[in-house]
Design a binder for this molecule. Structure first.
Ligand SMILES: C[S@@+](CC[C@H](N)C(=O)[O-])C[C@H]1O[C@@H](n2cnc3c(N)ncnc32)[C@H](O)[C@@H]1O
Length: 277
């Protein structure tokens, strides 16, 4: 890891035994199971399988979400010259992680990862393998307290220069009462013009009945409930931003890899990238 400024945070956190409750399913571990990972427990697998029974296409949608994450940050590094990324709700590390994608394009890129699930901290070393020219940092923090994240991230990121705020697959875990729009606006208010917001969000209006049943099962078993949102509700996160073409689209239709057919199937999730004016 380059940028030793926050070594203290990781070291002091790592001395505490992580508070991991394996008896209840958690979003990071359920997601890991759907991605084919091994960092999950019986309760996570049971919840994941219950959703899969109602919605067998969930694993393809989850892979599409992860592939979008890689495409969008590669686009920002290669096409928009972005060198700083704040990836909130990063999840259990899955190769390639954001820093591996963007530092292969721009070795000097700086990435701060954030998650509130202590299991992610136990894998943080996988998120900290920065190039010597760049920097990576991991913060255990909650997106519902954006001020705390911004203060800590300032140890690694320069808030006078553009930053990509990455909220991929996390906002559905924030209920309306917890004000997801206010959280995203607070984060974007703190970054300069030329910064970007990257979002994916599970949809309530694509394959509506099947995904509603999947969400019902998820919410019965997983510690953090999900709130699926429709096209207009996801578009509202970009109210004061300029959307990068093609705007808010199904996750697999955003800048697909050349030669990949995106018309053979539907993904029940919205994706977009917006630029701050
Ligand atoms: C569905 S996973 C998405 C992982 C990754 N962003 C991706 O798209 O591949 C959601 C992640 O958000 C994290 N998360 C949920 N609520 C959070 C909160 N309030 N603050 C920070 N992270 C949170 C979970 O622990 C989990 O790792």
């Amino acid at each position: 890891m380059a940028g030793n400024q926050a070594d203290g945070d990781i070291t002091s956190d790592a001395r505490q035994p992580p508070k991991i409750d394996t008896s209840v399913a958690h979003p990071a571990r359920v997601y890991d199971y759907w991605l084919g990972g091994k960092n999950n427990f019986a309760a996570d697998r049971e919840a994941a399988e219950a959703v899969m029974a109602a919605r067998p296409t969930i694993t393809r949608d989850i892979r599409a979400n992860r592939a979008f994450l890689n495409r969008s940050v590669a686009y920002l590094a290669a096409e928009e010259g972005i060198r700083q990324f704040l990836d909130i709700g990063t999840g259990i590390p899955t190769s390639p992680n954001v820093h591996e994608v963007v530092q292969s394009i721009a070795p000097d890129a700086r990435i701060v990862y954030v998650d509130n699930d202590p299991i992610v901290l136990t894998h943080a070393r996988n998120l900290l393998s920065s190039t010597p020219e760049g920097a990576t940092e991991y913060l255990e923090a909650d997106v519902r307290r954006p001020g705390e994240i911004l203060a800590k991230a300032a140890g690694t990121l320069d808030f006078s220069q553009p930053i990509a705020v990455v909220l991929v697959g996390i906002l559905h875990l924030i209920s309306d009462a917890e004000d997801p729009y206010g959280i995203s606006a607070r984060l974007m208010d703190s970054v300069p013009s030329g910064s970007f917001l990257v979002i994916t969000h599970p949809a309530s209006d694509i394959q509506a009945e099947v995904v509603a049943e999947g969400a019902r099962r998820y919410n019965q078993q997983v510690a953090t409930a999900q709130t699926r949102r429709n096209f207009a509700e996801v578009t509202a996160f970009f109210q004061d931003l300029d959307l990068v073409e093609p705007g808010v689209v199904q996750i697999h239709r955003w800048h697909p890899e050349p030669g990949i057919s995106v018309d053979d199937y539907e993904v029940s999730g919205w994706a977009a990238v917006g630029r701050k004016r």
